[in-house]
Design a protein around this ligand. Structure first.
Ligand code: XMP
Length: 513
């Protein structure tokens, strides 16, 4: 396995993605948490130093632990990682006038193990750069492999020690073949086997779960989403009926969702399932509440209460399973200090483990989202479930701006179902990150037949995104939108006007609240 030391680059996670795509397990650790002991315990076959926002030319900037260069394993420094490696090994780095941001070209001077079979010496290759500083004197033992206009030491190597440094970012897709360079490092240079697949992960995890759980009972909360579903099915494979799933219906789910969960888990997988319809409880607690954050707090709090009530029905429960993913586990490297501003309090069910006082089992905590999907496929979960659009914990409550009611939730569920049905019919579901309807607290005048109508406005939202951090509205054709609008207005009582939201994120957010 490979250790990735994070110096705070925006794209460190992509390094991990590329290494894992090569079939090699890797972990990201913040530079200030890596020390001799942790490295010895992790026993990596190779180390990658990430980029980062700091400048090596200033005092007090982050360094890799010196012991890392004495372990006898290959090291690849990327951007800031290259610069700190050079500085720590006796070379030097300067701030230059010639900054390179974006596309740049490398002139390959000499052969190198890192690009064997990918690039040819003598050729010119496109890469993606983002740097102000650059290396200007090499430590002993290093040679220049390639240069760019702005970086005379853009690609360096010390073959004897197997230390490599690149000023460009091989992990981003804007560096064509960058993934192959990282694969060469992990497989060719470090000698990793490249056999870390989802099938292998499944087997190891099942053994680990059995060892952790023993003969105790486990409770797993289901949300209807991909992560908790995959966690539940994996756990069930490992420990069978020692697992009980709990599904709380807060009355703000999409059309047919509660039934689908019951059908899949109880009927198809035969997993013991406690399904609790708590709609009345949630809807009455939300009565008259219009502040988005208060809605989230009320739903989050009640969810924990109801879940706890149901969980207590499981005798001798010793563990709580959660579908925590790797991006939630990676400790971020912060230079700015100070907490970031809360835009929305997404951790709507945070606090559950503390309240239940149960040991946690988190079988997905090493995985990225697309790896969870691959594992779901490996476990035979239906494609529809695996490819599902994300759905927020507070559900339709944050898609009904203003006070929520059972009637409004019903109206919205119908409109949303029609919209999604049309998206599926047009074959667009998988091209969209998330699509949903929003019921506005605004009434407008319309005419149907010979009568005046005075009903709600429904807004449609559809976005493309990679991780939900940024998003763009989906460019439907007009004919498609008209078709959806006509169907919603004709089939859903209570809506007489449909609009499409074309706001990107930022400055908008994906949800309306
Ligand atoms: P925003 O609206 O912040 O959404 O652009 C980004 C992603 O997060 C989801 N989201 C939530 N998920 N609880 C959740 O579990 C929440 O309170 C919440 N608010 C937004 C949203 O659906 C999108 O995928």
């Amino acid at each position: 396995r490979i250790l990735i030391v994070d110096f705070g680059s925006q794209v460190t996670q992509l390094i991990a993605r590329r290494v894992r795509e090569a079939g090699v397990y890797c972990e990201i650790q913040p530079f200030n948490k890596v020390d001799d002991r942790s490295m010895a315990a992790f026993a990596p076959r190779g180390v990658i130093l990430s980029g980062g926002p700091a400048s090596v030319t200033e005092a007090e900037t982050p360094r890799a632990p010196d012991a890392l260069f004495a372990m006898g394993v290959p090291v690849l420094g990327i951007c800031y990682g290259q610069q700190t490696m050079v500085a720590q090994l006796g070379g030097s780095v300067t701030a230059s006038d010639h900054q390179e941001f974006g596309r740049a070209f490398l002139d390959l001077k000499e052969p190198c193990a890192l690009f064997e079979g990918v690039w040819e010496p003598g050729s010119r290759e496109q890469v993606w750069m983002s740097h102000g500083d650059h290396v200007d004197r090499l430590p002993e033992g290093f040679r220049v492999v390639a240069q760019s206009d702005g970086a005379p030491f853009a690609f360096i190597a010390d073959d004897a020690r197997r230390f490599y440094g690149v000023q460009f970012h091989p992990e981003v897709t804007h560096t064509p073949h960058g993934g192959q360079l990282l694969r060469n490092f992990a497989l060719g240079v470090c000698g990793c086997a490249g056999d870390w697949t989802m099938a292998a992960f499944r087997d190891t995890k099942i053994a680990e779960i059995r060892a952790q759980v023993g003969d105790r009972r486990v409770i797993c909360g289901l949300s209807g989403g991909v992560d908790s579903s995959v966690a539940a099915v994996l756990l069930h494979e490992a420990i069978g009926d020692q697992l009980t799933c709990v599904f709380v219906d807060h009355g703000l789910l999409r059309a047919g969702e509660a039934e689908q969960v019951e059908r899949l888990f109880r009927d198809h997988y035969n997993i013991p399932l406690i399904a609790r319809d708590a709609s009345d409880l949630f809807l009455s607690a939300l009565n008259g509440v219009d502040d988005p954050e208060r809605k989230r707090k009320i739903i989050g709090g009640l969810f924990i209460d109801v879940f706890q009530e149901e969980a207590q029905k499981v005798e001798n429960a010793g563990l709580l399973a959660q579908g925590t993913l790797y991006p939630d586990v990676i400790e971020s490297v912060s230079f700015a200090g100070g907490p970031s501003v809360t835009i929305k309090s997404h951790h709507n069910v945070g606090g559950l483990p503390e309240r239940l006082n149960l040991e946690l089992v988190e079988p997905l905590r090493e995985l990225f989202k697309d790896e969870v999907r691959a594992l779901g496929r490996e476990l035979g979960l239906p494609e529809r479930m695996i490819g599902r659009h994300p759905f927020p914990g507070p559900g339709l409550a944050i898609r009904i701006p203003g006070p929520v009611s059972a009637d409004k939730a019903d109206i919205l569920r119908k409109a949303d179902a029609i919209y999604l049905e049309e998206i599926e019919k047009a074959g667009l579901y998988d091209a969209i990150w998330q699509a949903f309807a929003v019921l506005l607290p605004v009434k407008t005048v319309g005419v149907m037949g010979d009568s005046r109508t005075y009903d709600h406005v429904c807004a449609l939202r559809a976005v493309t995104a990679v991780d939900g951090m940024t998003a763009d509205s989906y460019p439907f054709d007009h004919a498609f939108l008209s078709q959806v609008a006509t169907r919603i207005i004709n089939e859903v009582r209570g809506i007489n006007r449909v609009v499409y939201d074309v706001t990107s994120k930022p400055p908008g957010t994906i949800e309306w609240e």
